[in-house]
Structures are given as C-alpha cells and as structure tokens.
Design a protein around this ligand. Structure first.
Ligand SMILES: Nc1ncnc2c1ncn2[C@@H]1O[C@H](COP(=O)(O)OP(=O)(O)O)[C@@H](O)[C@H]1O
Ligand SMILES: [Mg+2]
Length: 255
C-alpha cells in the first residue's frame, strides 16, 4: 500500500517566555492508505499538535509532512477533521452545519443530497436534520460532526479524541458507526485517543507516544478480525493487546 501520510523528522517547539520548549518529536511515521492508525499517549505529549501540523494548521519546527503525495504547507481542504468539542455553529441546523462544509468548498448542495441522507442514516441522525446544536445531546452533536467531517468524501480523516467527552454507552455506539463507515469507505484515519480499549478496538495500528516531548515509541499492529464487536472485545487476544500496551505505559510511569 502506498503511504497516505509520511511524517519525516517532524518536531514542534513553542516559544514560552522567550524560551523554545520542545512539545513534540522529532518523530517519523508512515500511515498507509486505508489504514486506521491511533495515536495513544499521555496528556500533553503533543498528539493534538501533531494532528494540527498534518492538517496544515500549524507549521513544523523541523522536518516535513507529505500527504497524498504533496508536502503540507498550508491548511488542507481535502481532509475531514473532528475534535473533542463540537465545532457546529449554533445558529445553523444540523443539515445547515453539514451543508456548510460543502459551501466552504464551493460544492453543489444538490449533488450531495443523497449522500447527506445516507450519511445521516448511517449515524442514526435521520429526523434530526432541522434541530439546532443546543437541541441535541453530546452524542448527537458528535454524530453531526462526523457527518461534517465525511460529507465532502475526504480520503483522510483526522480525529482528535472525538469520543472523549461522551458517556460509555454512547461512545460504544458511535465507535460501532465509525468502524462501519471506515470498513465501507476505507478512508485513511489518524485518530488521537487516550483510551487503550478504543485504540485496540478501532485501529489497524496503534502508535504509542512517550510523555512530552512525545516520541513515537512503538507501533503495534492489531491483527484482530473485523468487525470488532463485543465478542471480539471479550476475546483473549483483545485482552492481550490491552495488556501489552498497558505495560508500555507502566514503563513510562504514567499508569
Ligand atoms: N500554542 C501553544 N503555545 C505553547 N505551548 C503549547 C501550545 N500548544 C500546545 N502547547 C504545549 O505543547 C505540549 C503538547 O500539547 P498538545 O499537543 O495539546 O498535547 P496532547 O494533545 O497530547 O495532550 C503541551 O505541553 C502544551 O502545553
Ligand atoms: Mg490533545
């Protein structure tokens, strides 16, 4: 598989009170097309910083990032992004928020009406089209944000702890939807999470990052069968992957 994202010697330093402080890296990483890679690491190790650099929203201090054969040098419009906090605009309806992604890219709304309808159906948002964000639960807001991230059919999805603030049951349900969407459309996904269980359940590869300044210490290929439903999660192999990763974090002294 060709590389969808190549990260070469990338680091980021921030200037704090005139002093440069290394926040991430230097690190190398290759994400193959259609891979679902999670970045798993303690708070403050630079995970969000790395995603912002990949999206072209923050410059690298050293190194370079190549996405879909192009060096990243400005904000990318060909990706879908999702964050822990909803980025829905409050004055637009759910449908209006999804349409916003198309409007910003000068895409024809009519051409996407079937796709919008299918996407909303696939994340159980049918019937909620005309509600505004404050009328939705946190889970519904994140489902709408997922539609926003996917509507323009990006090849690459960057997800920054998208399910981090949701209750356990909602999180489990949206994980299932996210897994189905990925299995059907096979975008390249790079997702930040702090949940070892979520990383093992959803990803083809887990990158374990050290405490700040984050270094990609270990990449673990997760060879569990798809779809990863409750039966897979109860398997010995699933527990073994969780234990392997927990041991790495125990070694850092963070758990
Ligand atoms: N704009 C900024 N200016 C200064 N320091 C920052 C800035 N953004 C992030 N940092 C620092 O960089 C480190 C990594 O941050 P972040 O990428 O948000 O970590 P993570 O997402 O892994 O929790 C943290 O120590 C944070 O305080
Ligand atoms: Mg973060």
């Amino acid at each position: 598989m060709p590389a969808a994202i190549t990260i070469q010697d990338v680091s980021k330093s921030f200037s704090t009170e005139g002093q440069p402080i290394l926040a991430f890296g230097p690190a190398d990483l290759e994400v193959e097309e259609g891979d679902f890679v999670t970045l798993l690491g303690p708070s403050g190790c630079g995970k969000s910083t790395l995603l912002l650099m990949i999206a072209g929203l923050l410059s690298c201090t050293t190194g370079k990032i190549v996405m879909n054969h192009e060096e990243v040098s400005e904000p990318r419009h060909d990706i879908g992004m999702m964050f822990q906090d909803s980025t829905l605009v409050p004055w637009r309806t759910v449908l209006g928020n999804i349409n916003l992604q198309l409007e910003l890219r000068n895409l024809n709304l009519d051409e996407y009406s079937v796709k919008i309808s299918e996407l909303m159906e696939s994340v159980s948002l049918k019937g909620y089209e005309h509600l505004r964000p404050h009328e939705l639960s946190g889970g519904m807001q994140q489902r709408a944000a997922l539609c926003q991230a996917l509507i323009h059919e990006p090849k690459t999805l960057l997800l920054d702890e998208p399910l981090g603030k949701l209750d356990a049951m909602t999180r489990e349900n949206i994980r299932k939807d996210l897994q189905n969407l990925w299995m059907n459309e096979k975008p390249t996904v790079l997702m930040v999470t702090h949940s070892i269980e979520e990383a093992v359940q959803l990803s083809s590869k887990v990158c374990v990052i050290t405490p700040r300044p984050g270094l990609i210490d270990k990449t673990i290929e997760v060879k569990l069968p798809w779809p990863r439903d409750l039966d897979v999660k109860r398997s010995q192999m699933f527990t073994d992957y969780m234990a392997e990763i927990q041991e790495v974090f125990q070694g850092y002294g963070v758990i």
